[in-house]
Design a protein around this ligand. Structure first.
Ligand code: FE2
Ligand code: FE2
Length: 268
């Protein structure tokens, strides 16, 4: 099921399948007959639509958010992140089927994948209401790198994807909501507020299972986290951090602050 989602190129179709599979998973769980977790061979890269054109980050044009075009560009970038997130959550399920995990691990990522699918749809709805659509602008090509780099390391995947990248979303989303508030764009505000509320859960799932794995192996989670982020994440973590939401998601300051401070020369 996860591989089917990964192999679907169109964004709306990918998200529809993602939500249908999540519904089937939870219906089976409810009925006390969970779908068995098998092993799969997910593609190295998920299928993607022909548009947007994917460009290196430095070539993606930046626009000021003060204009309608700037706000469309911002939402387009968010849609691209959400579509990647759908794939990332199904990928962690398919990629690490050989690592025995409690059923709750799959519950969490299936739920998160369904939420990401809703996030993509909500942002696409906003773009369409503003006369644009996902695919109308170029997007960031490097977004799958964290997945490729951690393709055989579940600890590394959890450290970098939910606990670094999705946690970064908690830092930047309030500022984004403010941009749309100033412009009085209520549909985008409502969509971003859903995203902001649900992303806390995704970071929390990451830190929960990361801590669980470390506990299983008798490892110190903080030390392992620092090692893995230095190995797989390219650059320093950027303050200011949303300390409150990070705490709510089970990410203590001594996890992330040392990674911001010990790389003072990293480019902003
Ligand atoms: Fe999301
Ligand atoms: Fe997420």
């Amino acid at each position: 099921m996860a591989v089917e989602v990964l192999a679907t190129a169109d964004g709306r179709a990918k998200c529809a399948l993602s939500q249908a599979h999540a519904t089937a998973w939870f219906a089976a769980r409810q009925a006390g007959q969970p779908i068995s977790v098998g092993q799969a061979s997910p593609p190295l890269h998920p299928s993607r639509p022909e548009r947007p054109e994917l460009l290196p980050p430095r070539d993606v044009p930046r626009r000021r958010p003060g204009s309608p075009q700037g706000r469309i560009a911002l939402l387009h970038a968010v849609a691209h992140i959400e579509l990647n997130a759908v794939d990332l959550h199904w990928d962690i399920i398919a990629r690490f089927g050989h690592v025995p995990m409690p059923l709750g691990f799959y519950d969490d990522w299936v739920k998160a994948a369904a939420e990401e699918s809703r996030h993509f749809n909500l942002i696409c709805d906003c773009l369409e209401a503003m006369g644009s659509h996902y695919g109308a602008l170029p997007a960031h090509a490097g977004m799958w790198r964290a997945a490729s780099d951690t393709v055989d390391d579940l600890f590394g995947r959890l450290a970098v994807v939910p606990m670094v990248l999705e946690a970064r979303g908690l830092d930047v989303t309030p500022g984004m909501i403010e941009i749309f508030r100033k412009a009085g764009e209520t549909q985008a505000i409502a969509a971003l507020e859903v995203i902001y509320a649900e992303e806390v859960g995704h970071v929390a799932y990451g830190s929960k299972w990361f801590n669980w794995l470390c506990g299983r192996d008798g490892l110190d989670p903080k030390e392992v986290f620092h090692d893995l982020v230095r190995r797989y994440f390219h650059g320093a973590l950027k303050p200011p951090f949303n300390e409150e939401k990070r705490a709510e998601a089970g990410l203590p300051p001594d996890f992330y602050w040392p990674l911001a401070e010990d790389m003072p020369f990293a480019a902003d």
